[in-house]
Ligand binder design. Structure first.
Ligand code: PEP
Ligand code: CO
Length: 473
């Protein structure tokens, strides 16, 4: 294989590239970001890798969640804190269900660039470039807003720095103190039908923490107890390249824009630019796996991306859709196993279940999301393995973007508070409901309790949405 360097990706064919009006100006921005401090450190990155290695061995469960696309506009204290709260609450529930520690990775502090199926968008006879995320251009439908602006990379780096700064302050301060689980409460706890189940779990965890402490006589500090990592799709390679660094006392190169970058489904060509970039960085990385991935392609990708079979290096994030997972997943489990390389399997039950209503609104049906996750647990177990994580698009706000859940949101509710420019996210209550489902499922699979009395919602033909599936390769 050829020599790797932070910009060797430029010698390969790239999907989802951005044509800046002035490539020279884009180079100047990249050079400027390259001089600025990194957003994360190599110690943290390697710390995450060892946690993911533990997850691959079945000792932890990975929770990854956040917006489909973060926006510069909502880089504010409430939005960030609420996202942290819902992820913390979900992780408590998952600790209880899996009886394992949870690895928390937020889709934040850099989730600003989006792959698009269509390069252009037409409205009333006018055709403009598609909106590609705040790192690239603006959502407004004008020629000026849609023209890629390289300075947005610098704005994105700054927003990511502000976000990570606030998250670190919350994590090391009192906010995530496990003795004050009430700090994490969002409004739903007051009036949700699931509130009592959550409170019971929180009480059990609080009690066992107290018990451990009185036994061991120590007081685990909040920030030793809880780690938070960041992740985003490593889509816009100039931005990633600008933050690809060598550090003292470590060999190789790190992408220090984030702890956990992943390769999206549209850029997973083994001979393409993204795979070239990712093979050379030392971060633990994710790879999205969809229905279009053949067993041969997956084996090649594993070989290219993890030639040394390093534990924790590669997480396969599968997203097939509730109707296709049973067909697609088993052969890929066998393919990955045949390489002998350790991988962590994580289920993204969102991206294979995107639908468009007859009114043209992008949505997802909660029952289908639950159904895919349910099948993922069962299929991995039936194949002698284990589902080691879940990856969800969610928000800490009470948005109405996905249909269903305990509050029974219907297609008619979508217009009420639909804020996403791109994919529809679970609101905090739906996100908690999914975590409670996963927790019960893991307890049942671990033999703690039976599934008796609990009826997983079944996806059926009488869904409350009259929607067609969007294409999903
Ligand atoms: C995403 O995670 O927002 C995304 C675009 O996913 P995928 O690459 O799996 O379609
Ligand atoms: Co998305």
């Amino acid at each position: 294989m050829n020599e790797w360097s932070p910009n060797s990706w430029k010698t390969k064919p790239a999907a989802q590239t951005v044509a800046y009006p002035s490539p020279e100006e884009a180079d100047r921005v990249v050079a400027q970001i390259a001089k600025l401090p990194p957003l994360v450190t190599s110690w943290e990155v390697l710390g995450l890798q060892s946690q993911l290695a533990e997850a691959a061995r079945g000792e932890r469960f990975l929770l990854q969640g956040g917006d489909c696309a973060e926006s510069f506009e909502t880089c504010d204290s409430a939005t960030i804190a609420n996202k942290l709260k819902v992820l913390l609450q979900m992780s408590l529930v998952l600790i209880h269900g899996s009886q394992r520690r949870v690895v928390r990775v937020g889709r934040f502090a850099g989730q600003y660039a989006k792959p698009r199926s269509e390069a252009v968008e037409s409205r009333n006879g006018v055709t403009l470039p598609s909106y590609r995320g705040d790192l690239i251009n603006h959502p407004e439908f004008t020629a000026e807003a849609r023209t890629p602006d390289p300075w947005l990379m610098l704005r994105g780096y700054e927003r990511a720095a502000l976000t990570i700064n606030f998250i670190r302050a919350l994590v090391v301060g009192g906010f995530v103190n496990p003795h004050h689980l009430d700090y994490w409460n969002l409004d739903w706890v007051k009036d949700s039908s699931m509130a009592e189940e959550y409170r019971r779990i929180a009480r059990t965890i609080g009690d066992s923490l107290q018990f451990t402490e009185s036994l061991a006589g120590n007081h685990p500090g909040g920030f030793h107890w809880i780690d938070f990592f960041t992740g985003h799709e490593g889509l816009h390679l100039p931005y990633e390249q600008a933050q690809t660094r060598q550090v003292p006392r470590q060999h190789g190169w790190f992408d220090l824009s984030t702890h956990f970058p992943w390769i999206g489904m549209r850029t997973a060509d083994p001979d393409g630019a993204h795979v070239e970039y990712f093979r050379g960085i030392r971060n633990p990385i994710g790879l999205k796996v969809g229905p279009g991935m053949s067993a041969e392609q997956l084996k090649r990708l594993i070989q290219i991306l993890n030639p040394e079979n390093e534990p924790g290096r590669l997480t396969l994030i599968h997203r097939f859709g509730s109707e296709r997972i049973a067909d697609c997943l088993p052969r890929l489990i066998e393919a990955a196993r045949s390489t002998g390389s350790p991988v962590l399997w994580c289920c993204d039950p969102m991206h294979g279940n995107t639908r468009v209503t007859n009114g043209g609104v992008k949505t997802r049906v909660f029952d289908e999301i639950v159904d895919e996750l349910d099948q993922a647990f069962v299929i991995h177990k039936a194949h002698g393995g284990r589902l080691g994580g879940m990856h969800v698009e969610l928000t800490g706000e009470a948005v109405t973007e996905c249909i269903g859940g305990a509050r029974g949101l219907s297609e008619n509710d979508l217009h009420r508070d639909y804020r996403s420019y791109l994919d529809p996210r679970l609101n905090y209550e739906q996100a908690m409901e999914l975590a409670l489902f996963a927790a019960r499922k893991m307890r049942a699979l671990n033999g703690y309790t039976s599934d008796e009395g609990f009826q997983p919602p079944k996806a059926d033909s009488s869904r409350r949405v009259t929607a067609r599936a969007t294409s999903s390769r």
